[in-house]
Design a protein around this ligand. Structure first.
Ligand code: SAH
Length: 213
């Protein structure tokens, strides 16, 4: 569980790459610059941890590409103390980014193996979410709603209604929508029944899975 000067150097190069690709939010860049991504990745991929790429994390899932994490995090416009729901805990890397940004994070994972692994790992390296939940993200987390923002880190074939319903007025839902490829979509809740929708380019995620548990 070491974080060496070499890792720090590689991480700074990754941050520079993200700046080149258009990420501007200093807090987001700072978070990515501080989190030891190599610890979130299977040891056989250690050398690749600071490339701007997605990687396998077990249970047929991947840790998202750093650019994607940065892009989604930027869209959330996180303020310290925000209550944020994440769908798809996976490796916990995105969760860690949100923790560093000062959010109170609730994160749902539906693969038991990943849920167990990440629940142990994240606090061990100092990132403490409010709650990690084993469950189905399509339902959101009604008992903790409403949220300042909700981030979905798997490709959703459609926008689950409970997620829109669990946003505060003024809140933001960032969700990649589509089957094979996804369009990054931002919904801003303008009123109880009013949502503004922005489509922000193409991405590729593992699917948000239905009908399991
Ligand atoms: N945020 C993660 C990305 C993991 S990939 C990271 O930074 O590593 C997407 C994750 O969503 C996978 O772990 C997958 O198991 C999970 N997932 C898929 N369908 C889900 C669902 N219906 N509810 C909750 N999590 C789901």
């Amino acid at each position: 569980m070491k974080d060496t000067f070499r890792h720090k150097g590689l991480r700074q190069q990754l941050v520079n790459t993200l700046v080149d690709k258009g990420i501007k939010n200093q807090a987001v860049l700072g978070a990515i610059g501080s989190i030891p991504r190599h610890l979130f990745i299977d040891s056989s991929f250690l050398d690749h941890a600071y490339q701007d790429k997605a990687f396998p994390i077990g249970a047929n899932q991947t840790i998202s590409q750093p650019y994607t994490v940065a892009f989604q995090s930027e869209l959330l416009e996180v303020k310290s103390g925000d209550k944020i729901l994440e769908i798809g805990t996976g490796s916990g890397y995105q969760t860690a980014v949100l923790c560093v940004l000062g959010a109170h994070v609730y994160s749902i994972e539906r693969q038991l193996e990943l849920f167990k692994k990440t629940s142990q790992f994240l606090p061990k390296i100092g990132y403490v979410a409010k709650r990690l939940i084993f469950g189905d993200g399509y339902k959101g987390l009604k008992e903790e709603a409403p949220f300042d923002s909700i981030i979905v880190t798997a490709g959703a074939p459609f926008v689950p209604k409970p997620l829109l319903a669990q946003l505060k007025v003024g809140g933001r839902l960032v969700i990649p929508v589509g089957d094979e490829d996804q369009i990054m979509t931002l919904y801003i809740r303008k009123g109880p029944k009013e949502f503004e929708k922005h489509e922000l380019g193409n991405f590729k995620f593992v699917p948000l899975l239905e009908n399991k548990n």
